[in-house]
Design a protein. Structure first.
Lengths: 446, 309
């Protein structure tokens, strides 16, 4: 074994040379120098969607002579969440990992800054929406790169026939395929009227008010539409405001026309409700439509994905991005960044979106007009408005703009849907607000 | 072998053997060595995680500094925490009482079945207990499904309005307890059956001669003879039920409005889903003092009765 004494002068010289090399050639490109890379991706719901990612990684690995091992980790039973927590605690695991919505901020101190990846990507593919920036960037540091696979908008998916029959609304005319929306009349007043008409007609809207993501996201978008904040960007608890009172009153009215069991709905309930033919409208990415296409084609033919109704403070839709991040204990960070850059190219994003039948939405401005959304059928153009191609609505996340550590708790503990259900079930407004304020106070601890 | 080794008298020619050899010949050393694999296993799988949980519970939210009992103090001020304490106690105590009653009754039925057919019944009755709870709870979830409940479908046939099994706080609590009782009763049944079989038949004969009624035989013969088994089974079940996770997680995930959260599920919600691992650890550790008090009372009673005998 050869030993070499390193004195201070030699150490400084060596470090400087290594840093210079890293800056000059940030990503590993040369053969035999790239080593190994371990990647943990989110295991896609849509059958076959992982294959596009797998092919892209193999293509990159061959070109860069990197030995890559891939794991597709399901989010069922919180497996991905537990893997992330375990890797964070053990400071060991995958080099690149898929981080769901709030996790880049949660693990901010353990993630490698990605500014050098994001800046060229933004230059090339256009800017990202404010929600992606809120979730993925902290104090000027990009914590992770928004991933195409798994990123989704949970907009309304409606039955064309039932909306027309019960509420007299032609949703295709409001959201025509290939054209900008003509949806000025699609506002919260007409939304609640349509919910009432459909409920009376025997096909209610299916908007969950449980404590899982779909319910929280829908509530979050409607809270935004009223400008109702629980905690502001500075971290001040502002829940006792008129906008919150207004949204709770609105929801109380709306809840009368929803199925009585919505407080216990989970993320599968709304899908089942629509696919079974009972419901007129749900808030979901096109996975319900994809299941209907396979299991109930006569229902899929009547489904149309479109925008949210506009409220007093605007039209908001929930956007849930996935991110690819690199742990700071990764031994091959330059290769990890190179792979993420490859996966974030427009051509890669399009392959992933195609493989997911249009489910995946890239977060970059110029990547929301892929052919797949215009061409998917039945009916043709059903997904045209899904990626918000005309920036018709503001993409948002529930609990924003509160500081991440508070917002994440508001989201995971479903404070907004709990407030709605409490008030709608007869609790006094002030009592509901007091309860929420106390919970929020608890989330503010450091 | 240990006995033979222990019988070697001191001062025998083997006295000159090394100290290590003598140590190895001691009964206690051999017992320790034989128990060592289990001790190591418990240290790795129980003691270390428990110690680590205590350590985590003393850190701040960002896990950057020591806060002592800060997390526990914080919990005492939260309404949701006290709701969870109430629900955990309600869930565990109600479920254990019903499991004990059902187990006791069914054990008597099975005990009275002629020996020839008893094995089949025992096997069938153990099925709920041997199926992994996460799987059987999934089946219950379909029965209780908010929109497509099979039970409600049956009720509808008789013109009865559907029940919001998991949609309303009271019914949701009832549902999780029901599933726990369904899964856990066979354990009580098998333990009680074993105890029943060990009650000497002569005691019943003597009671019959004295003119004891069916109830008197149960009260004065069966129950006193089974008291220790009942106590130990109840304690064991109380610990397992308090620490339950899968049934509530699968069936209601703590909802609606946090009305079915118990320590395990709320610790998961706060710690893993919410990213506050120290607080989650503090919530889960709160089970320890409650169970320690229960264990002390139950075991003290057993020791007392043991010394009486």
């Amino acid at each position: 074994m050869v030993s070499m004494k390193v004195n201070r002068r030699r150490f400084v010289a060596g470090t400087a040379a290594a840093s210079a090399a890293l800056v000059a050639a940030p990503f590993v490109r040369s053969a035999n120098a790239a080593g190994k890379l371990s990647v943990g991706f989110w295991d896609h719901w849509v059958p076959g969607a992982n294959k596009a990612t797998e092919a892209l990684v193999k293509e990159w690995a061959e070109k860069n002579k990197v030995e890559v091992s891939m794991d597709f980790i399901t989010s069922q039973g919180n497996k991905l969440l537990l893997t992330t927590a375990a890797e964070s605690q053990a400071k060991s695991g995958h080099d690149v990992l898929a981080f769901s919505t709030w996790l880049p901020a949660r693990y901010a101190d353990q993630l490698v800054p990605m500014n050098d990846v994001m800046e060229p990507l933004i230059k090339e593919n256009g800017k990202v929406n404010d929600t992606v920036e809120y979730l993925g960037k902290l104090n000027g540091k990009w914590l992770a790169v928004p991933a195409t696979a798994g990123s989704q908008i949970k907009g309304p998916c409606s039955r064309i026939d039932l909306l027309k029959k019960h509420a007299g609304i032609d949703i295709q005319a409001m959201y025509p395929a290939g054209q900008a929306p003509k949806a000025d009349a699609w506002n919260l007043d007409n939304f609640v009227k349509a919910a009432e008409a459909c409920q009376k007609g025997g096909n209610p809207f299916g908007i969950g008010l449980g404590q899982t993501s779909d319910s929280v996201d829908s509530a979050g978008a409607l809270f935004h539409a009223f400008g109702a904040q629980l905690v502001n960007a500075k971290g001040d608890i502002v829940v006792k405001n008129d906008q919150v009172r207004q949204v709770l009153d609105y929801y109380k009215k709306l809840m009368q026309f929803l199925p009585p069991d919505v407080p216990s709905w989970d993320d599968a309930s709304n899908n089942k409700f629509l696919v079974s033919g009972q419901g007129t409208l749900i808030m979901n990415p096109p996975s319900a439509w994809a299941v209907a296409k396979r299991d109930a084609p006569q229902i899929a033919e009547q489904l149309w994905t479109h925008g949210f109704p506009v409220g007093p403070k605007g039209r908001y839709a929930p956007f849930l991005p996935f991110f690819w991040g690199v742990w700071n204990f990764s031994k091959n960070q330059s290769a990890a960044k190179s792979l993420i850059t490859h996966l974030s190219q427009a051509s890669s994003a399009e392959k992933m979106t195609n493989a997911s039948q249009g489910y995946d939405i890239p977060s970059f401005e110029k990547l929301t007009t892929f052919k797949v959304w215009a061409e998917e059928s039945p009916p043709k153009g059903t997904l045209y408005h899904y990626p918000n191609p005309h920036n018709h609505q503001t993409l948002s996340i529930a609990a924003a703009p509160a500081p991440h550590k508070i917002a994440e708790q508001i989201y995971t503990q479903a404070i907004q849907t709990q407030m709605v259900v409490r008030y709608a079930k007869g609790e006094a407004m002030d009592k509901t607000l007091d309860w929420a304020a106390k919970e929020l106070e608890g989330f503010s601890r450091n | 072998m240990a006995d033979i080794a222990a019988r070697n008298p001191a001062g025998h020619p083997t006295q000159q053997r090394s100290g290590l050899h003598k140590l190895m010949q001691r009964k206690s050393t051999i017992a320790f060595l034989m128990a060592l694999p289990l001790i190591l296993l418990i240290t790795i799988l129980v003691a270390y995680p428990a110690g680590y949980a205590v350590y985590l519970a003393t850190l701040n939210k960002g896990m950057t500094r020591f806060v002592g009992f800060g997390n526990f103090e914080f919990l005492f001020g939260r309404d949701t925490f006290w709701l969870v304490v109430y629900q955990s106690c309600l869930f565990a105590i109600t479920a254990v009482i019903f499991k004990a009653i059902i187990g006791f009754v069914v054990a008597h039925f099975v005990h009275n079945i002629p020996a020839k057919g008893q094995r089949k019944w025992r096997g069938m009755l153990l099925v709920p207990w041997v199926i992994p709870p996460a799987m059987s709870t999934l089946a219950w979830l379909w029965l209780f499904d908010p929109s497509y409940s099979a039970l409600n479908w049956l009720l509808a046939i008789f013109g009865i309005e559907g029940i919001p099994w998991t949609g309303e706080a009271g019914w949701a609590r009832f549902s999780v307890i029901l599933v726990n009782v369904w899964i856990g009763s066979p354990f009580f049944m098998i333990m009680y059956l074993a105890a029943l079989k060990s009650v000497p038949e002569q005691l019943y004969e003597a009671a019959s001669i004295d003119g004891a009624t069916w109830w008197q035989r149960i009260w004065y013969v069966t129950l006193p003879m089974m008291r220790n088994i009942i106590a130990i089974t109840a304690l064991f079940s109380l610990i397992v039920t308090f620490a339950n996770f899968d049934i509530v997680r699968v069936l209601t995930a703590g909802g609606p409005l946090n009305s079915t959260h118990i320590f395990g599920t709320w610790a998961f919600r706060v710690g893993i889903e919410g990213g506050d691992i120290p607080l989650g650890a503090a919530v889960s550790l709160f089970m320890v003092p409650i169970l320690a008090v229960a264990a002390t009372f139950i075991l003290r009673d057993i020791t007392k009765r043991g010394s009486e005998v």
